[in-house]
Design a binder for this molecule. Sequence first.
Ligand code: FAD
Length: 306
Amino acid sequence: PYDMLIVGGGPAGAAAAIYAARKGIRTGLVAERFGGQVMDTVGIENFISVPYTEGPKLSASLEQHVRQYGVDIITEQRVAKLTRADQVELDLVSGAKLKSRAVVLATGARWRELNVPGEAEYRTKGVAYCPHCDGPFFKGKKVAVIGGGNSGIEAAIDLAGIVEHVTVVEFADTLRADEVLQKKARSLPNVDIILNAQTTEVIGDGSKVVGLAYKDRSSGEVKQLELAGIFVQIGLVPNTEWLKESDISLTRFGEIEIDAKGATSMPGVFAAGDATTVPFKQIIISMGSGATAALGAFDYLIRTSV
Ligand code: FAD
């Protein structure tokens, strides 16, 4: 059995593993795919002290750094179930069982996709999911934001200060964002809002996005917008479906509820990164919360007997 077992090999899991192993305790890390969302990222310009890097390169350094500490890394394994007896027990999809005195959950999240033609093909070639990350790549260009909830309208306001023009495309006949955000967005001269519009296709020229097609749901007419970027803002889904049967408290959005030390509602179980209630989902924030959760879990371990 481990002293500390980390579930997830993204920035949060990697940081937690390093902080745990540096305490000289038996540390393991189990992940489906090392690197997590970072593996799907091309340019990264906001990882402080590194002006520019790329996802696969950052993932490789994360893994190298974790390996330096002799952490037992188990990849290509998915955890299916968490229970607690005298220790925390994890059941893997493969049938194996792992036990640990403390666990850090860092299973991250995934952006909800539109599932329309062209989206997958032009991902990172104009189709983007993170305005904080990719906004500056569209400086002076026209973009669309799909989704009129809080994240969509926040993205539109944010992008309006960087890009030439933003069109918000919302499926429903009203925006769901808070009134104060709607008011701000409507006051901006370079933001347009289209309601009742179902995005049907991402249009590209073979190498990058050049527009999108949407169906006007009141007339049925298909229309096109010319643009360089499409920010899909229809939800970030935490990878916590497998925890629903456990006794760990999740919010109604599926985020793992944690306190300031990363503790969840279950003794000995801590959590970090995009899978949790930590505000703002970013690499540097996930790493910080991974370190916090590992230190919180270490605090727990030194207070409990073996
Ligand atoms: P993740 O990176 O999602 O990692 C989750 C880990 O858990 C993975 O190893 C996964 O395989 C594993 N896992 C999940 N479920 C299970 C399970 N049941 N069993 C075992 N393992 C499991 N942020 C920035 O700061 N700057 C950027 O430029 C930037 N660009 C981005 C571009 C894209 C396209 C995307 C998608 C995200 C971007 N982000 C960026 C956001 C950033 O990648 C995330 O905030 C960060 O990766 C979250 O880290 P995490 O460790 O919490 O989770």
